[in-house]
Design a protein around this ligand. Structure first.
Ligand code: AMP
Ligand code: FE
Ligand code: FE
Ligand code: ZN
Length: 289
């Protein structure tokens, strides 16, 4: 008799950043944290790179947690931030890798511009310091924020963004981004499932505005909506779930975990109350096949 075997954990986290982009934990450390949090499936969704997913998948068989290939691509969107997640992409797809290379180059140019703007403001941080903070992966604004905190220019990551780095702030620099339809197409071509990340960052003024964006994205090939996000609470989650249902979109969810680069958000549970059911992974896999 095996009366006391605990049931398999049923929760997941499909939005995690590693040191390959702007997370503070390596893919291996993320797998360890996911096991500690008793998660059944995860996806590493780094900005504009699949290096984190590739590394995690090398540990799939010894990891004790199911790992889905993932990526997060920033798309251009005037009135807010639009991130498109790509799940179950073929990680070695040549055209997808080429697209990522273009985005990575744009990112590198933009980082230098931000440092130049900071210098013009009398804030002297070097590329080397930022590189060190990044641990060798894709550099993003959170790494610049980290150096600013470390050097005592600001008190915290949030202040770094609000005072200096966010859109409209003095050290902000634009970078080349794909159009939403291009980001979706790139993911589809690589056999992946495109999902709109954290829809609240679109800054839609009304639900009608959000729905109009969803209709356009769906027409471009969007297949899912990230319904479970930290801070949503049951009411907001239910509202997004209804939206997904109404527009025939899959439901996904994740914490957008960045480790110490986004304090207060924990793997699997977000700010403490997130529980994302495993059945969403089954639906995602069905949609890809
Ligand atoms: P980048 O990819 O360089 O454009 O930087 C964007 C990333 O910065 C986002 O994916 C978040 O990880 C982070 N971020 C954006 N806004 C904030 C904020 N207000 N506070 C902390 N982190 C932020
Ligand atoms: Fe990020
Ligand atoms: Fe994002
Ligand atoms: Zn993210």
């Amino acid at each position: 008799m095996h009366a006391n075997i605990p049931p398999k954990p049923a929760y997941i986290d499909l939005h995690i950043h590693s040191t390959a982009s702007d997370g503070s934990l390596s893919p291996v450390k993320i797998i360890q944290a996911a096991n500690k949090a008793n998660l059944r499936a995860i996806a590493i969704t780094d900005h504009d790179t699949v290096d984190g997913s590739v590394e995690a998948l090398q540990h799939q068989y010894s990891s004790g947690v199911e790992i889905l290939p993932g990526v997060e691509i920033s798309a251009s969107f005037e009135s807010g931030v639009m991130h498109i997640l790509g799940y179950l992409i073929r990680l070695d797809d040549i055209s997808f890798r080429e697209t990522l290379k273009v985005l990575q180059k744009a990112r590198a140019n933009r980082n230098l511009q931000i440092l130049k703007r900071l210098q013009d403001l009398g804030i002297d941080i070097s590329y080397d310091e930022v590189l060190k903070a990044s641990g060798g992966g894709q550099i993003g604004r959170p790494h610049i924020a980290h150096v600013l905190v470390h050097k005592g220019v600001v008190q915290g990551i949030d202040e770094a963004f609000n005072k200096l780095l966010k859109k409209g702030s003095p050290a902000y620099a634009e970078r080349y981004r794909l159009l939403p339809v291009e980001a979706i197409e790139a993911i589809l071509v690589a056999g992946g499932v495109p999902v709109l990340a954290h829809p609240f960052t679109l800054n839609a003024k009304t639900e009608g505005d959000l729905e109009r964006v969803l209709v356009d994205l769906k027409q471009a090939g969007l297949k899912g909506l990230e319904v479970y996000c930290p801070g949503h609470g049951p009411e907001v989650t239910a509202r997004y779930e209804r939206l997904a249902d109404r527009h025939g979109l899959l439901v996904t969810g994740g914490t957008d975990f960045h480790g110490t680069l986004k304090p207060g958000v924990h793997i699997g549970i977000g700010r403490g109350d997130l529980r994302i059911p495993y059945r969403l992974v089954e639906e995602l896999k069905q949609s890809a096949s």
